[in-house]
Design a protein around this ligand. Structure first.
Ligand SMILES: [Zn+2]
Length: 278
C-alpha cells in the first residue's frame, strides 16, 4: 500500500531496515512559478537552478530521513531508453551538482553501495523503485524511469534482471510503481498502438490499449505489471500507486494535463549506511 508521509508518498512494501525511498509530490519545495509550484526537480523549466537545487536538497533529505542531501543523489539525462547502469559513490552529484542540467544519458540505476541516492524524474511517466537482497541479507536497489517507450522496451524487467545478476535472490525483489498517468487520462493515437504492437505483439497491445468512448486509452500500469511479473516478480511483491498524475494535477506534475508547462516529480531510493553525510 502507498501512504502519505509528509511531502512524500511511500510504499509499505519497500519498507525494510537499511533502505529508504520516496516519491515526491508538488508539496514541500520552494518553487514559486505557477507551473512548477512548489516542488520541481527539473532544471531548465521555469525555475532558476538554485531553486531546483534547494528542492533537490529538500527531496533528498525527506527520502533519506535526513541522512543524505542532493550531493548524494544521482540523476540521469533521461532518454526513454532501457539503459540501467550501475552507480557508486563516484557518481554522486551527477545530474544535480556535477552536471546540473543533465547527468549521463540513461533511464535507470542500480547500486549496492550505501549513500548513493538513485533518483529518476517524472511527470506522467512511470517511476519504479526496486529493492532485493543477496543471500547474506545485504540490499541491492534500483530506480527506473519508464515512459511508454521504456515500458514497452522492458526497462522494468531489465532492472530485475540486473539485480539478480548482481546476486539478488529473485524471491526477495520488491517493486513500487509510483504515481503516473492512469489509463483514465492516457489517450493515444493509432500510431501508438502500432508501435506497441510492433514492439511486443498484438496480444500485449490489445491487453493494454482499449477503446473507451471513441478514444484509445493505454494502460502503462498494466504493461509494467505484466513486464515485472514476466521477469519473475510475483504480484504480491509489486505495489502500485492508485494515483493518476493528470487527474490529480494539484498534487502531482503532469505533462499531459498542462501541455508541457510543468515541473518534474522525483522518485528516490537509497541504502542507508554508516557514512551518512548529515
Ligand atoms: Zn487520470
Amino acid at each position: 500500500m502507498f501512504y502519505s508521509d509528509g511531502i512524500l508518498k511511500r510504499s509499505d512494501l519497500l519498507r525494510r531496515d537499511g533502505v529508504m525511498h520516496g516519491f515526491s509530490t508538488r508539496l514541500g519545495g520552494v518553487s514559486e512559478h505557477p507551473y512548477t509550484l512548489e516542488m520541481n526537480l527539473a532544471f531548465g523549466r521555469e525555475d532558476p537552478d538554485e531553486t531546483v537545487l534547494r528542492n533537490a536538497e529538500i527531496f533528498a533529505r525527506a527520502v533519506s530521513g535526513g541522512g543524505y542531501g542532493a550531493e548524494s543523489a544521482v540523476c540521469a539525462s533521461q532518454i526513454h531508453s532501457t539503459r540501467v547502469r550501475y552507480v557508486t559513490e563516484a557518481d554522486r552529484g551527477d545530474g544535480y551538482l556535477i552536471r546540473p542540467s543533465a547527468g549521463e544519458p540513461g533511464d535507470g540505476f542500480y547500486t549496492d553501495r550505501p549513500g548513493v541516492l538513485l533518483t529518476v524524474r517524472i511527470a506522467d511517466c512511470v517511476p519504479i523503485l526496486l529493492a532485493g537482497e543477496r543471500e547474506d541479507g545485504s540490499p541491492v536497489i534500483a530506480a527506473v524511469h519508464a515512459g511508454w517507450r521504456g515500458t514497452v522496451g522492458g526497462i522494468a524487467g531489465e532492472a530485475v534482471r540486473l539485480l539478480v545478476e548482481a546476486g539478488v535472490m529473485l524471491n526477495t525483489v520488491r517493486a513500487a510503481v509510483g504515481p503516473h498517468i492512469g489509463e483514465c487520462c492516457f489517450t493515444v493515437r493509432e500510431d501508438f498502438r502500432d508501435a506497441v504492437t510492433a514492439a511486443r505483439g498484438p496480444d500485449f497491445a490489445s491487453r493494454h490499449i482499449k477503446e473507451t468512448d471513441g478514444a484509445l486509452h493505454a494502460d502503462l500500469t498494466g504493461m509494467d505489471l505484466e513486464i515485472l511479473r514476466e521477469a519473475g516478480v510475483p504480484r504480491e511483491h509489486i505495489d502500485v500507486s492508485p494515483d493518476c498524475t493528470a487527474c490529480l494535477n494539484g498534487i502531482y506534475h503532469s505533462h499531459r494535463r498542462t501541455a508541457g508547462r510543468r515541473g518534474a516529480l522525483g522518485a528516490g531510493i537509497v541504502i542507508t549506511g554508516k557514512d551518512r553525510d548529515k
